[in-house]
Ligand binder design. Structure first.
Ligand SMILES: Nc1ncnc2c1ncn2[C@@H]1O[C@H](COP(=O)(O)OP(=O)(O)OP(=O)(O)O)[C@@H](O)[C@H]1O
Length: 312
């Protein structure tokens, strides 16, 4: 029963815009990240779901198994983090969720519909600073993406682009060219462009990893502010435990290559001001331990509970 209660707290935490502070702070589940059979029926369905996704690359020289049987559910308004060591398949999962890679087996669904390719309902922000067309101004870059999705007319696209560029603090730089911007500013344009598409899920692949520490912190803060205003559903890849705890409300831990679900954690209690606190340090160490040291062996389970859970 305790398993079900803990997991219920986790799920409840994930479906409310900002989860209750008294929810179980960190809950871990090995494999089968979310098993709907163990939760009450009144919870809303997942917005986005990965079901036993295995990803494999085949080249002339080698076959690389990137992930194996990865399952998870993302709920409306989640800031869902994929966290794991280098090479565990985080980026591959994100690209597959975006529809750029077809799973070897398993599936992704958005609002219950199978994903079979890229779509404007899933927009990606990458780490690289060269995501913008250098011959277009900041405004033109965003308008171009909106027009390419064929959902808006010229005037509407320009209005929407200006709105989101103001929102990320670039109102003064609408007519600047990308080469005149700092790395952080270019990432803001990429984020504004993605937000302007008003996707169902915003996919972010280590978007701040190439920034210096101060700018990275500022961008994390701004992202949280933007989330507060928009409540956009995020799927965010990082290999930084601290970033995962600060940015996310739920964290999926992946084991080293090939990536499998190691644990699922509830991290909504941490924010920008948490770093350095005892609870934050303890959570960081616990995650580190889960990722790199602890071998979780499957335990005998009570009926109808598909995975081993533990609280931290
Ligand atoms: N296009 C590709 N062709 C062949 N193998 C690939 C390709 N892309 C990724 N891989 C391999 O798949 C595995 C997972 O890579 P992926 O980039 O998804 O991991 P990651 O967790 O995002 O790593 P990092 O944190 O270092 O970016 C790695 O072994 C990688 O070498």
């Amino acid at each position: 029963m305790a398993h079900v209660l803990k997991n219920t707290a986790l799920r409840l935490a994930s479906v409310t815009p900002e989860p209750a502070r008294n929810a179980t702070p960190v809950v871990a589940a090995q494999n089968h990240g979310s098993d709907s059979a163990t939760f009450p029926a009144q919870l809303p369905p997942a917005l986005f779901r990965a079901e036993r996704v295995s990803l494999r690359y085949e080249t002339d020289d080698a076959v690389v198994q990137a992930t194996r049987d990865v399952s998870f559910s993302i709920y409306q308004g989640d800031r869902f983090i994929l966290l794991g060591p280098s090479g565990c398949g985080k980026s591959s999962l994100l690209k597959a969720a975006a529809g750029f890679i077809t799973p070897q087996s398993g599936s992704f669904t958005l609002n219950g519909k199978a994903i079979s390719g890229p779509g404007p309902d899933r927009v990606v922000v990458f780490q690289e600073f060269d995501q913008l067309a250098p011959w277009k101004t900041v405004l033109q870059n965003v308008v171009f993406a909106l027009r390419a999705s064929r959902t808006l007319g010229k005037v509407q696209a320009k209005e929407r682009a200006e709105h989101y560029l103001h929102r990320v603090g670039l109102g003064q730089f609408l007519h600047a060219y990308p080469h005149t911007l700092s790395g952080g500013m270019k990432q803001r344009v990429a984020i504004a462009r993605a937000l302007a598409m008003e996707p169902a899920v915003l996919l972010m692949d280590e978007p701040f990893a190439a920034l210096d520490a101060l700018t990275r912190r500022k961008m994390q803060e701004e992202l949280l502010q933007l989330w507060d205003e928009t409540r956009v559903t995020l799927m965010f890849v990082t290999h930084s435990i601290e970033e995962a705890l600060v940015v996310g409300n739920r964290i999926l831990l992946l084991s080293p290559h090939p990536g499998r679900v190691r644990a699922e954690l509830n991290s909504h209690e941490f924010g920008m001001d948490s770093a350095g606190s005892d609870a934050f340090q303890a959570a960081t160490q616990r995650i580190h331990h889960l990722l790199f040291e602890e071998q979780i062996e499957p335990q005998p389970l009570p009926p109808r509970v598909a995975s081993h859970h533990e609280s931290v």
